[in-house]
Design a protein around this ligand. Structure first.
Ligand SMILES: *Cc1c(COP(=O)(O)O)cnc(C)c1O
Length: 519
C-alpha cells in the first residue's frame, strides 16, 4: 500500500494541471519575492526550514498542499512563452511523463539485471545519436556490439569525462600511478563553457593550463589562433592534451569550424572534444545539421537533450568515437555488482562510467523521439531558428532604437536598447564606442531587467559582451511565438524609457501611451 495516497495524487494532479495549462500571455513569468518574503510566505504553511531541534511534526495534507501551491506560485515559469532567459525552457510534456514513469520504476541504469529495458533503450538512442553525428556508419542497420557512449548527468560532467578519456589515451598509467609531472594543456575558445576550467581544476590539470583561444567577433574560435596557441604550448614545454570545440556557444550560439579544429588536432595527435551541449541538436534538422559538419572527426561529443529538445533536466548524451575506451578508463570491476559470471553481464554499462547509480534519463528521450518522430524533432529546431530570425528582423525594424551587437544566424540574438539621447549609435562594436556612451548603455540592461522581473512581464538574460552589458534573446523555448518576441521588445522599450527618464515613483507603472501596446 502507498502511504499518503491522497496527498500523492493531489500533488500529481497539480503537476498535471500545470503541465497542460502553464502560465502564458499576460500571466506573470515570475512572481518575484525576496528571500525574506519567501520565508515569510512559507511560515503561513509548513515553514521552509526543518525544525533545528528535531521537533518537525508530520504535517497534514491541507497544510502541505498550501505549501505546494506556494512552490508552484513562486517558481520560475520556464514554460511561459516569454521565458527567454536561458538555453533551457519549459519541458516537453511527453518527457515529463517519461520522467515520472522512470521515477516510479526507480531503478539504476548500471546493470542489465535491474534495467533490462533501459539498457537496450539506451543503446538504441545512443546509436541513433551516433549515426546523426557520423560516429557510426549508417550503412548497417545493426547495433554495434558496444554502444557509442552513454547518458551522463549533464554537459559539464560530459566534458569532464571527455577530458578524462583524453588523458587516459595519452597516459594509460595515470589512473594507477597518478600525474607524471607533464604540463598537460587544454584548449577551448574564449567563448567556450566554463566546464573546461572546472574539469581542469578537478582533474589536477590546473586552471592555468586551460588556454582560452581568441575568437572571431561572433564568438566562434579563431582556428589560426588555436594553431598558434598549440605551437606556443609545445615550444614552452607543455603537452597539448585536448581541444574543446564548441557547437553553439552559450552566449552568442556560435559554431566553431569543426573541420578547421579537426585538422589542427590531427596534425598533432590531440584529442578533439566537441561541446555540443547547446547546438548539438541542430543535427536533428536537415536544414541546420551543416553547422556541425566535421563533428564526425572528433573523439568525443557531448550533447544536452535538455536544452533545445525540451527534455527535463538532465538528459545528456556523451558519444565516444572508440567506445571501448570508456571501460578502459573507468572500470574498477566491483565484484559485488559486475559479476562476470552473471547472465547478460556483457550488457552492463555501469563500469563504463564514473557513476554508480545512474538515472534512466534515456526513457524520456526515447519516448519523446518515438512520439514526435524525426520530423517532429526537426521542426522543433527549425522553429527555434525561425524565431531567432524573427528577432533579428524585429530589431532591425525598430531602427536606431535597438542595435544588434553580435549578428549570428542561429537562435541567440545579442542586442541593446538605445535611449533617445544616444541615438543613433555610431558603431555596433562596444569596444569602439566612446567610453561614456558605453558606460551609459552598460547600466541599462540590469535596470530594465529588474523592472521586468518586478512586473513578471518577461524573463530575458543579459551579460557583458565585448565589455558592455547586452540582452540575449534565446529563441529555443518551443512555446515562443513572433508576437511574444515583439511583446518582449515593447517591454524593453517601455522599461528603458522609464529607467532613463523615470523618477522612482514612475518606475514601471502604467505603460507610456506613446509606445506601442503590448501584444
Ligand atoms: C549548458 C552548457 C554546458 C553545460 O551543460 P550542463 O548540463 O548545464 O552541465 C556546456 N556547454 C555549453 C555550450 C552549454 O550551453
Amino acid at each position: 500500500m502507498i502511504d499518503n495516497h491522497d496527498l500523492v495524487f493531489a500533488i500529481a494532479e497539480r503537476a498535471k494541471q500545470y503541465l497542460l495549462d502553464p502560465p502564458s500571455g499576460e500571466d506573470p513569468v515570475v512572481d518575484l519575492a525576496s528571500p525574506d518574503e519567501l520565508i515569510a510566505a512559507f511560515d503561513s504553511t509548513v515553514g521552509l526550514a526543518l525544525a533545528a531541534d528535531g521537533s518537525e511534526p508530520n504535517h497534514d495534507n491541507a497544510e502541505l498542499l498550501a505549501a505546494i501551491d506556494l512552490v508552484v506560485r513562486h517558481s520560475m515559469h520556464t514554460s511561459h512563452p516569454r521565458f527567454v532567459n536561458q538555453n533551457f525552457a519549459g519541458p516537453d510534456p511527453v518527457a515529463v511523463a517519461g520522467d515520472w514513469l522512470g521515477a516510479a520504476l526507480n531503478t539504476t541504469g548500471a546493470t542489465f539485471e535491474v534495467a533490462p529495458v533501459f539498457t537496450l533503450m539506451e543503446a538504441a538512442v545512443i546509436d541513433r545519436l551516433a549515426r546523426l553525428a557520423g560516429y557510426v556508419s549508417t550503412d548497417s542497420e545493426l547495433l554495434p556490439a558496444l554502444p557509442s557512449g552513454l547518458f551522463c548527468p549533464g554537459g559539464s560532467v560530459g566534458t569532464l569525462f571527455g577530458l578524462q578519456l583524453a588523458r587516459h589515451r595519452h597516459d594509460r598509467d595515470i589512473t594507477t600511478r597518478g600525474p607524471s609531472g607533464e604540463r598537460l594543456t587544454v584548449f577551448v575558445s574564449a567563448s567556450g563553457h566554463y566546464a573546461a576550467t572546472k574539469s581542469a581544476a578537478l582533474m589536477g590539470i590546473g586552471t592555468d593550463n586551460v588556454v582560452k583561444v581568441p575568437c572571431h567577433f561572433d564568438g566562434s574560435i579563431d582556428v589560426a589562433e588555436l594553431a598558434e596557441a598549440i605551437r606556443q604550448c609545445m615550444t614552452t614545454g607543455g603537452t597539448p592534451l585536448a581541444v574543446i570545440a564548441t557547437s553553439g556557444t552559450t552566449v552568442t550560439s556560435a559554431f566553431d569550424d569543426l573541420h578547421g579544429v579537426a585538422d589542427v588536432c590531427k596534425q598533432h595527435g590531440i584529442w578533439m572534444h566537441v561541446d555540443g551541449c547547446y547546438g548539438g541538436s541542430s543535427l536533428f534538422s536537415p536544414a541546420q545539421a551543416h553547422r556541425l559538419s566535421g563533428v564526425e572527426r572528433s573523439d568525443s561529443f557531448v550533447w544536452n537533450l535538455h536544452k533545445m529538445m525540451g527534455m527535463t533536466q538532465q538528459c545528456t548524451a556523451l558519444l565516444v568515437k572508440q567506445p571501448e575506451q570508456l571501460a578502459a578508463c573507468f572500470a574498477t570491476r566491483a565484484d559485488y555488482l559486475f559479476q562476470p559470471d552473471k547472465q547478460f553481464a556483457e550488457y552492463d554499462s555501469g563500469d563504463r562510467t564514473f557513476q554508480c547509480a545512474r538515472r534512466i534519463d534515456v526513457l524520456k528521450a526515447w519516448l519523446a523521439w518515438k512520439t514526435h518522430g524525426d520530423e517532429g524533432f526537426a521542426a522543433r529546431i527549425d522553429h527555434a531558428v525561425a524565431m531567432g530570425t524573427h528577432t533579428r528582423h524585429a530589431i532591425a525594424a525598430r531602427g536606431d532604437r535597438f542595435v544588434t551587437v553580435v549578428d549570428g544566424d542561429f537562435t541567440n540574438v545579442v542586442f541593446v536598447w538605445v535611449p533617445p539621447e544616444l541615438r543613433p549609435l555610431s558603431t555596433t562594436d562596444p569596444a569602439a564606442l566612446p567610453i561614456d556612451k558605453r558606460d551609459a548603455l552598460h547600466l541599462l540592461p540590469p535596470a530594465i531587467k529588474a523592472r521586468m522581473q518586478r512586473d513578471g512581464t518577461a524573463m530575458i538574460g543579459f551579460q557583458p559582451v565585448h565589455g558592455m552589458n547586452t540582452f540575449r534573446m534565446i529563441c529555443m523555448n518551443s512555446t515562443l511565438r513572433a508576437s511574444d518576441i515583439d511583446a518582449i521588445l515593447d517591454a524593453i522599450e517601455r522599461y528603458g524609457a522609464d529607467a532613463v527618464g523615470g523618477s522612482a515613483e514612475s518606475m514601471g507603472s502604467t505603460p507610456d501611451s506613446s509606445l506601442p501596446p503590448q501584444r
